[in-house]
Design a protein around this ligand. Structure first.
Ligand code: ADP
Ligand code: MG
Length: 243
């Protein structure tokens, strides 16, 4: 489904060029999840943006659904850290922004997404009137409104308190299981990677390369965090990041 092959990405040219990604190959099958974890500034966002069609690799290629990615596509949704909400639009308008922009009147499904995410009661509010956790959920609602087959997330829950973060992770796990989209999650949070990534690629310092891949078949159970298997994965990730 997602096929990243020998991708090399560089910013700028000549003496001032910055090599951000140095030869990464990864595959994600339909309905699978992959977490990318690595040090700050190593090239995670760059790699994710290349899958979204926003950054073009210097070498190698990316296919989604058997077709080369050459630009943004509506089946590929991207959720950013700050949720990217427009302050002058309501929750409902923000959640349906993609549909409103494409002049496709939001269908009933949009309302049910807000319901599912616990936002139905605040759909007339503006972002400034929301808690941080609610804002992130509006960002998720917006991504889901397009019924994507691929969901890309760039540290979507960074800087939330632990309890809120874990609640949204639980919610997200359920959405992923129900809707069976392919997921690529960029995070620097070890527990988040272990809870949501069926496979976890640990990246090196910049330029990003795959340092180690950890298989994590226990993903999918809401109680996974309480298991010894989960603790083992967290330990492996910590060791891989530090070693
Ligand atoms: P991460 O998401 O892992 O923190 P990024 O992918 O954002 O890392 O950045 C990787 C490297 O590429 C960093 O050194 C960053 O400064 C550099 N970089 C990112 N975007 C640009 C850009 N548009 N132009 C030049 N350099 C960039
Ligand atoms: Mg980043």
């Amino acid at each position: 489904m997602i096929d990243i092959r020998d991708v090399i990405i560089e910013y700028g040219r000549g003496a001032r060029a910055v090599l951000a990604v140095d030869g990464i190959s990864l595959r994600v099958e339909p309905g699978e999840s992959l977490a990318l974890i690595g040090p700050s500034g190593c090239g995670k966002t760059t790699l994710l943006f290349s899958v979204a069609g926003l950054v073009r690799p210097r070498n190698g290629g990316i296919e989604v659904g058997g077709e080369n990615v050459t630009g943004p596509r509506r089946e590929i949704a991207l959720i950013l850290q700050n949720a990217g909400l427009l302050p002058w639009k309501t929750v409902w308008q923000n959640a349906n922004l993609s549909l409103l922009l494409s002049k496709e009147y939001p269908r009933k499904t949009a309302a049910s997404v807000l319901e599912e995410l616990g936002l139905a009661g605040v759909k007339g509010r503006f972002p400034v009137e929301l808690s941080e956790g609610m804002k992130r959920r509006v960002g998720i609602a917006r991504a889901l409104s397009m019924s994507p087959s691929v969901m890309l997330m760039d540290e979507p829950l960074a800087s939330l308190d632990t309890l809120t973060k874990e609640r949204i992770q639980d919610l997200f796990l359920q959405l992923w299981r129900d809707r069976a989209f392919s997921l690529v999650l960029v995070t620097h949070d070890i527990e988040e990677a272990a809870f949501l990534g069926q496979r976890i690629a640990v990246l090196t310092e910049r330029p990003a390369r795959v340092k180690r891949t950890v298989e994590n078949p226990g993903v999918g159970d809401l109680h996974y965090r309480e298991t010894a298997e989960f603790a083992g994965i967290v330990g492996q990730l910590r060791e891989a990041l530090e070693g």
